[in-house]
Design a protein around this ligand. Structure first.
Ligand code: KDG
Length: 357
């Protein structure tokens, strides 16, 4: 195992104590694939900087480190990558703008943060569209999805690859949530739920009777700690690795949206690279994206169980309860399907159907 991996796994392998109980910080994670391929000839040096929102123990960070290790090893150190986690360099929207101006080389946002550049990506924000990880991966690896990545050309952003942020789950600090009525509150006010800065996510939580508050990810922990919002929605691994359980007592396994990540490179950086380096960057992005999906899958249920161990009360919805949420968000399709494109949605649904055959 290389030094980076030994250090990274040692870091995330550190345990944390809750009321004297030791908790592992990560599941048994697969090692990254051995880096293969010839050394790319000398076409100059690039010291790349990447900003991400998640923590050093997240699949997003670990796979980004692996991405950097591939580049460094295959260019004998002529390309290096420095990854800045925890929204240190800004939030998704800010870092995308930094790529456009060339003040940052890379970032790794949720697809939801990029729909202003390529609206078709809003299809991933439609609730309950992707029924399984297998279906989601089939969609992300499809020609339709590649067309979405290609559609960034000319925006100042080079979209390299899709990976997995994952199935989004509701957490809150006010009350257990089993039904949409629990979100809306009958004799109490509706939950104030932080959403990403994305109109479809806003529509989802409005349809559920919540008071949605769009907010940058980097502001979320303190907003929940100070009671500015009651809750948020993110994959279990994000909730755990960002320590949201310290300020959120209740979780509900809604799996209401599957969000991809998109690994992004500044077009200015891309254009400065020799074709041989561009080819390597694309290959390394796809390899690290595949590894990220594997890590995310290994983290998912384990993170939920860890959150329960650390005191979060988690509601698993039965089929009837899930159906109530799916019914409640139907107005989102009525409003957004025509704007996103009925044909695109049916193309995605066909890929989903084919993936289960
Ligand atoms: O690095 C990704 C994060 O900045 C963000 O996209 C994570 O899903 C996310 C959210 O809720 O903002």
């Amino acid at each position: 195992m290389t030094t980076i991996w030994r250090n990274a796994l040692t870091l995330i392998g550190a345990t944390t104590l809750t009321f004297g109980v030791a908790h592992a910080q990560s599941p048994e994670l697969s090692d990254p694939p051995v880096i293969e391929g010839e050394t790319v000839g000398d076409h100059g040096s690039h010291r790349l900087r990447m900003g991400i929102g998640l923590a050093k123990s997240s699949p997003q960070y670990l796979s980004s480190q692996y991405f950097g290790e591939i580049l460094e090893q295959r260019t004998e150190g002529r390309i290096t990558l420095n990854v800045f986690p925890n929204s240190q360099l800004g939030d998704d929207v800010q870092m995308l703008e930094m790529l456009q101006t060339g003040t940052l080389d890379m970032t790794y946002p949720s697809s939801s943060a990029t729909t202003g550049y390529v609206q078709a990506l809003a299809v991933f924000d439609l609730p309950f569209l992707l029924p399984s990880r297998e279906a989601a991966v089939a969609v992300m690896q499809s020609d339709v999805a590649q067309g979405m990545l290609d559609a960034f050309e000319g925006t100042g952003l080079k979209a390299l690859a899709f990976s997995e942020n994952g199935y989004r789950q509701l957490s809150n600090s006010a009350r257990p949530v089993e039904t949409p009525e629990d979100v809306a509150g009958l004799d109490v006010r509706g939950l104030s739920v932080r959403t990403m800065e994305n109109p479809v996510h806003l529509a989802i939580w409005q349809a559920l009777g919540a008071n949605p508050t769009p907010m940058a990810f980097g502001e979320l922990f303190s907003a929940m700690e100070q009671g500015v919002v009651d809750g948020q929605e993110n994959p279990w691994s994000t909730i755990l690795t960002s320590n949201f359980h310290e300020v959120q007592d209740y979780g509900t396994e809604t799996r209401h949206v599957y969000t991809p990540f998109i690994m992004m490179l500044s077009e200015r950086t891309w254009d400065r690279m020799a074709p041989e380096y561009q080819e390597l960057v694309l290959e390394a992005a796809r390899q690290s994206a595949a590894y990220e999906i594997q890590l995310s899958a290994e983290y998912d249920d384990w993170s939920r169980d860890q959150l329960e161990e650390r005191g979060m009360q988690i509601t698993r919805l039965d089929d009837e309860q899930l159906a109530a949420f799916q019914e409640a968000v139907q107005p989102v399709y009525t409003e957004w399907a025509p704007r996103i494109g009925e044909e695109l949605i049916s193309d995605i649904q066909q890929i989903v159907e084919d993936s289960s055959n």
